[in-house]
Design a protein around this ligand. Structure first.
Ligand SMILES: Cc1cc2nc3c(=O)[nH]c(=O)nc-3n(C[C@H](O)[C@H](O)[C@H](O)COP(=O)(O)OP(=O)(O)OC[C@H]3O[C@@H](n4cnc5c(N)ncnc54)[C@H](O)[C@@H]3O)c2cc1C
Length: 505
């Protein structure tokens, strides 16, 4: 039998996507005699933003055998319990989308149905009061989840807010220690096989020619191989998510250290605030149809809460995804595969999805069309699910105070999102996806947080005795409040742990 195993992989690009991919391949292909090489160009550099993550990144790091304190020290990381959204439903509103549930699930019915019933009876408690991570975040407290199921302190997940450039550098050390070869240089030419159109090799500016069986395009927005050489095509989703620019700036750390990222809606976009140990990352994502670059930058500066540490940096992007993430012998991961604005911190997660799916369908040199199709369908779904969830934030709102918000009022939604919102409105049912990143509690957080309250609760809850519901709810609120009172301050928790870096100073 002919040996058709992949013997060499070349990753083009050394940003977060490139080094995450390199580290994962070094780990998962260890002992299989596959040579992995990464090419990066210091002259071109990386996108240099991307600080907020999702809880799934912990599984990625654990698989690689990376210890949390070591990672946090190396990347100036803080803990993240969710995202605070300000001014989204209406100006003055705020809510936290937590990594966790609201109350328990009784007989298959999530607790928020009981809350809806209580609310209809005149109860004024916030749904947040039944969520340990929301109340802990509001009070700037953090602890690791308890291992005993049933305790409210076990009802949440957490992620990190970190310096993504330091994360890439950390993974570079990891990957190089496990045999990944790095070539510094700028790719100036990509040669295709005259027969099957596969990428055969790339040429660097100094004349070096690097060939491989499998190429992974992590070259960022430009998509050097997937688009530049193979013309995969791009599905532009600007009609749904029109924000296309950002301006980013770090500031000094001031005040309490929040275990959450903040996203504040503005007139033509939104502003992020991400606290790390040694600084705060800030940025304004906006749509150039509705605000000029200078005004967007000024709006960002006007809303900073501490002195800037550097000059603001401007970035441009087009929301969407490659038509083919995988074409012939090239797989695009990271910004080379597509981009969705960072409102829910999903980009690094989509890198992780790309790597996981690739490892699951790792090819041989036959590059079976079925595997490629499956990969492309899966990645398309990953992106579409995130797109719908992001769009929800812009359409579940009463805001109409600027041209951007009026634009969203008039928008025709993707059918998948329309269906989800309509079903929610009638009786508070969240249509579960077979496949997709954000689970019902996330949808509930945003829909209720932005004032999309359903007309009724689950009929089974409507039949429950009112007195028992009131008593139960009070007990749950007390349990959350007590647990949060016993939770340490976030900054102290890090400072006293081996995860302390900038905070130790
Ligand atoms: C404004 C903004 C905010 C964001 N915030 C978040 C966030 O909070 N959370 C999150 O998860 N994600 C966020 N992201 C996304 C995140 O930054 C990216 O997903 C992540 O950094 C991965 O980027 P990348 O590695 O694909 O590309 P890049 O960082 O652009 O890296 C591309 C690499 O390719 C190399 N390269 C390019 N061309 C060549 C060439 N010709 N020869 C050799 N090398 C080449 C470059 O040198 C570089 O090493 C944000 C993105 C933007 C734009």
């Amino acid at each position: 039998m002919t040996d058709r195993r992949i013997a060499s992989v070349c990753i083009v690009g050394g940003g977060t996507a490139g080094w995450m991919t390199a580290a994962a391949l070094a780990n998962r292909l260890a002992g299989l005699d596959v040579a992995v090489r990464l090419i990066e160009s210091e002259e071109i550099g990386t996108v240099g933003v991307g600080e907020a993550t999702l809880p799934h990144i912990r599984a990625f790091n654990t698989t690689l055998g990376i210890a949390e304190p070591e990672l946090m020290r190396a990347t100036e990381a803080t803990y993240k319990l969710g995202i605070e959204f300000c001014d989204w439903g209406r100006i003055g509103d705020r809510y936290i989308h937590p990594f966790g549930n609201y109350g328990p699930v009784d007989d298959g019915i999530p607790f928020y149905h009981q809350w809806l019933r209580l609310r209809a009876m005149g109860d004024t408690s916030r749904l947040d009061e039944y969520s340990y991570p929301v109340i802990a975040a509001e009070q700037n407290r953090f602890r690791h989840p308890a291992s005993e199921p049933g305790r409210v302190e076990s009802s949440f997940g957490y992620a990190y807010q970190f310096d993504a450039s330091l994360y890439a550098a950390f993974l570079r050390r990891y990957a190089e220690a496990r045999g990944v070869e790095r070539s510094e240089g700028k790719v100036v030419d990509v040669a295709l096989d005259g027969g099957n159109g596969f990428v055969r090799n790339v040429t660097l500016a100094d004349g070096r020619v690097i060939g491989a069986d499998l190429f992974i395009d992590c070259s960022g927005f430009r998509g050097l191989l997937i688009e530049g050489a193979l013309q995969s095509g791009y599905d532009d989703w600007s009609r749904w998510l029109p924000c296309n620019r950002a301006v980013a700036v770090p500031t000094e750390s001031r005040g309490p250290l929040g275990p959450y990222t903040r996203a504040t809606a503005r007139t033509a976009g939104w502003q992020w605030r991400i606290p790390l140990q040694h600084r705060v990352g800030n940025g304004h994502v906006y749509c150039s149809d509705f605000i000029s670059d200078d005004d967007a930058q000024q709006q960002l500066i006007d809303h900073l809460d501490a002195p800037m540490q550097a000059e603001p940096r401007r970035l441009r992007f087009t929301t969407g995804r490659r038509r083919d993430f995988w074409k012939r012998n090239v797989v695009a991961i990271g910004l080379a595969g597509g981009f969705l604005e960072p409102l829910e911190s999903t980009s690094i997660h989509l890198i992780q999805d790309g790597i996981t799916e690739l490892l699951g369908l790792f090819p041989d040199r036959g590059f079976a069309a079925e595997d490629i199709d499956e990969y492309n369908q899966r990645m398309a779904l990953h992106f579409e699910r995130v797109r719908d969830f992001l769009l929800l934030h812009y359409v579940a709102t009463q805001r109409d105070d600027s041209p951007m918000w009026r634009h969203f009022r008039a928008l025709t939604l993707p059918d998948s999102l329309r269906h989800k919102i309509d079903t929610w409105r009638t009786r508070g049912y969240v249509v579960p996806y077979q496949f997709g990143l954000f689970l019902p509690p996330s949808w509930i957080a945003v829909m209720l947080g932005q004032g999309l309250v359903p007309g009724a609760c689950d009929p089974r809850v409507a039949g429950m005795a009112a007195g028992a519901l009131v008593k139960r709810a009070a007990a749950l609120r007390a349990e959350v409040a007590d647990a949060v009172r016993a939770t340490p301050d976030h900054a102290d928790y890090i400072r006293r742990s081996p995860a302390a870096a900038g905070l130790a100073a």
